[in-house]
Design a protein around this ligand. Structure first.
Ligand SMILES: Cc1cc2nc3c(=O)[nH]c(=O)nc-3n(C[C@H](O)[C@H](O)[C@H](O)COP(=O)(O)OP(=O)(O)OC[C@H]3O[C@@H](n4cnc5c(N)ncnc54)[C@H](O)[C@@H]3O)c2cc1C
Ligand code: SF4
Length: 324
């Protein structure tokens, strides 16, 4: 690992000044450091300054605001989050292990880099690292995307990104020209730039996230090892219920595309469905794989995704016991 300095600014203004400080060739923001330090150990990134932003508290946050420095554990345990943003609390609780959740932050979770093993291995100079080949195409691709069309086939690993999509979340920023962007604008597909995943400028810092709350939201992730793995497929759902009938639904899939993957056709198909009519529910959820193009080893995600969506709908409607 390279040598680096660490700074602990007291204000966002100080943090932003350090981000553009010309004495440093690569200053980077550090939340919990879970992903950043992993990348440094692999030699994927060699920052000479880590700017620890965990002390910073946004002063202008209003409404249902989640500070960027909030740990996943705090988010998962917060009574307000459970009551008003259950999908976010469940997504946070489902990510990683208790040890990781105690350290990892909201902004770090959103900005974590992909888990593609060719990307993570210093010996592979794939497209994402400036090479000319995506090794996943003819190689090991069982954890890769079934949507998104390449040329890089990563999946976005963030649970929170998927959950925030159904809460109409805004990502609040400081440092650049923009005050906030909608969560759907935070990431881009690989054909719009393969070297990074997010649409943040180098001098922009996430300060907090604001969300629209609601009573009927739910999250479900299917993993190889349910206790700590990154999901193979996940789904987040926000419902408007009228008794047992679904009047409206927002649905987003995760771990199946390089960005959080909205499923508007599932949302449309769920309208009017009685939650107790499991055949109708399954038929609506089957729309989730429309347009999917699996790779050589990840066709199994076509089976998992409709299941994850159905279970998220059941959780959102309060039928957690049936989501097994
Ligand atoms: C065993 C294991 C299992 C895991 N399973 C899951 C899982 O199932 N689901 C899931 O979602 N995640 C999972 N994770 C990932 C984990 O949640 C992330 O590593 C973690 O969220 C990163 O958070 P951090 O605060 O440590 O970020 P850091 O490592 O500190 O930073 C990550 C990135 O975010 C940037 N960043 C940090 N703060 C800001 C800010 N305020 N503004 C802009 N950029 C910023 C950093 O510069 C860096 O690029 C797992 C991790 C491990 C180790
Ligand atoms: S999927 Fe993306 S990160 Fe993985 S090998 Fe292909 S180009 Fe590289």
């Amino acid at each position: 690992m390279n040598r680096f300095a660490i700074a602990q600014p007291k204000t966002y203004e100080q943090a932003q000044a350090l981000l553009v400080d010309e004495r440093f060739s690569l200053p980077v923001l550090k939340g919990g450091g879970m992903d950043l330090v992993d990348q440094m150990k692999e030699g994927l990134i060699e920052p000479d300054l880590l700017i620890d932003v965990r002390q910073l508290i946004p002063t202008d946050a209003q409404g249902l605001a989640i500070p960027a420095r909030t740990t996943l554990a705090d988010l998962a345990q917060s009574r307000t989050t459970h009551e008003q943003l259950a999908v976010v609390a469940q997504a946070a609780a489902s990510a990683a292990t208790p040890q990781v959740r105690n350290v990892a932050t909201v902004a770090g979770n959103l900005m974590q880099r992909p888990r593609c093993w060719y990307y993570r291995h210093a010996q592979f100079d794939c497209l994402k690292k400036g090479g000319d080949t995506c090794y996943a195409v003819d190689g090991e691709n069982r954890f890769h995307a079934i949507f998104g069309d390449g040329p890089c086939h990563i999946v976005l690993p963030s649970n929170l990104a998927t959950a925030f999509m159904v809460c109409d979340a805004n990502i609040h920023l400081m440092g650049g020209d923009r005050e906030s962007i909608h969560i759907s604008e935070l990431y881009h597909l690989p054909d719009q730039g393969v070297s990074d995943e997010a649409n943040l400028q180098p001098d922009e810092i996430i300060t907090h996230v604001t969300c629209r709350g609601g009573p009927n939201t739910g999250f479900y992730a299917i993993k190889e090892k349910q206790s700590f793995d990154w999901p193979l497929a996940m789904a987040a759902v926000a419902l408007q219920m009228n008794g047992n009938q679904i009047d409206d639904a927002q649905v987003c899939a995760g771990a199946v595309a390089p960005i959080p993957w909205p499923l508007p056709k599932v949302g449309a198909a769920l309208r009017g469905v009685n939650i107790e009519d499991d055949a109708a529910l399954k038929a609506a959820c089957a729309h989730s794989i429309q347009g999917a193009a699996p790779m050589s080893e990840n066709g199994y995600k076509l089976k998992l995704l409709p299941i994850a969506v159905r279970r998220a709908v059941l959780v959102a409607s309060g039928r957690d016991q049936e989501a097994v």
